[in-house]
Design a protein around this ligand. Structure first.
Ligand SMILES: [Mg+2]
Length: 268
C-alpha cells in the first residue's frame, strides 16, 4: 500500500521569482504548474512596503497571475502577532502602505504619541525626526517591534539599507532590542504554514537567503531548497552551521509535482 503525501510551498520572491523588475526564467512556469496541480503555495516576503494587492500587481506585470490569498508579507505577520498581543492596540509606525494597511486591518490605530508599540518596516520616508520620536517613545515604555531584521535590500541600483538597519539605530539609541516577526522568525514561518493548512512535514521552503528563508525553514523542520539566482553562492555555504536540504541553480530546476491535488507517493 502506498501512503499518499500532500505538500505545499512557501516561496520567497526577490532572488527566486524575480530580480528587480526581471523575471527569473522558468519561475512563471513553476508557479503556473502549482496552480494547475492545485498545489498549495504562498509567496513569503520580508518586504513590508507593499500590500497584498501591490504584490499581486507586481507579479502580474512579470507574467505571473496569482491572487491576494497567495501573498503573505512580514507586515501581515507583524500585524496579526501584535493584535494577538494587544487587541485594539496603538502603534507609531516607521514604514509604508503595506504595514499601515495590515495594522489597520487587524484593529490597530496609528498614533503619534504614547503608542503601545513602535513598529519599524522598510521605507524611504524615514527621517531623523521620526527616529527621535521613536527613541523617546521606546524610552517611555513603548515596545520596539521590527517587521524584519534584514540589514539591506536589493534594488535595481544596488543595495539600500533595510529594516534591520533602521531597527539597529533605535536599538543602539534606546538600549532595547527590537522583537522581529518576519523571516526567519518562527512566528511568520508557522503562520504561513497554518495559512496553507499544511503540516510541518508537508511544507517546503524555496529561498535565496540563508539567514532568512533557509534558517526559518530549518528551525521549523520544513524541507528547504536554496536557489542560487539571488544573493547566495554555493561557496558561501561553508560559513553556515545549518544547510539547506537541497541546492539548485534556479527555481526552474525544482522537480514539479506531477499529479493533481498535490499528492505524491511518500518515499517512506
Ligand atoms: Mg530573497
Amino acid at each position: 500500500m502506498n501512503a499518499v503525501k500532500r505538500y505545499g510551498y512557501l516561496l520567497d520572491m526577490d532572488g527566486v521569482i524575480y530580480r528587480g523588475n526581471d523575471l527569473i526564467p522558468g519561475a512563471d512556469r513553476f508557479v503556473q504548474h502549482l496552480i494547475n496541480t492545485d498545489t498549495p503555495f504562498l509567496f513569503l516576503t520580508n518586504n513590508s512596503q507593499r500590500t497584498r494587492r501591490d504584490v499581486v500587481t507586481k507579479l502580474s506585470r512579470l507574467g505571473i497571475d496569482v491572487e491576494e490569498r497567495h501573498i503573505f508579507t512580514c507586515a501581515m505577520a507583524t500585524a496579526r502577532f501584535l493584535s494577538a498581543q494587544k487587541q485594539g492596540g496603538t502603534a507609531f509606525v516607521i514604514g509604508e502602505g503595506g504595514l499601515l494597511q495590515a495594522l489597520h486591518q487587524n484593529g490597530f490605530s496609528i498614533v503619534d504619541h504614547d503608542p503601545d508599540f513602535v513598529v519599524v518596516g522598510e521605507g524611504r520616508s524615514v527621517n531623523f525626526e521620526m527616529i527621535e520620536t521613536a527613541v523617546r517613545m521606546v524610552l517611555n515604555g513603548a515596545r520596539l517591534i521590527a517587521t524584519n531584521l534584514d540589514p539591506n535590500c536589493p534594488t535595481q541600483a544596488g543595495l539600500r539599507p533595510g529594516c534591520g538597519a533602521i531597527a539597529a539605530m533605535l536599538e543602539v539609541a534606546t538600549g532595547q532590542k527590537a522583537f522581529s516577526v518576519g523571516k526567519p522568525s518562527p512566528l511568520m514561518m508557522r503562520a504561513a504554514r497554518e495559512e496553507l493548512g499544511l503540516s510541518t512535514a508537508e511544507t517546503i521552503v524555496i529561498g535565496d537567503t540563508m539567514e532568512t528563508d533557509i534558517l526559518g525553514g530549518a528551525q521549523m523542520g520544513y524541507r528547504t531548497i536554496l536557489v542560487l539566482t539571488g544573493g547566495t553562492r554555493r561557496s558561501d555555504l561553508t560559513r553556515y552551521a545549518y544547510q539547506p536540504d537541497q541546492v539548485l541553480n534556479s527555481i526552474a530546476d525544482v522537480a514539479m509535482p506531477a499529479r493533481s491535488l498535490a499528492t505524491v507517493a511518500a518515499s517512506a
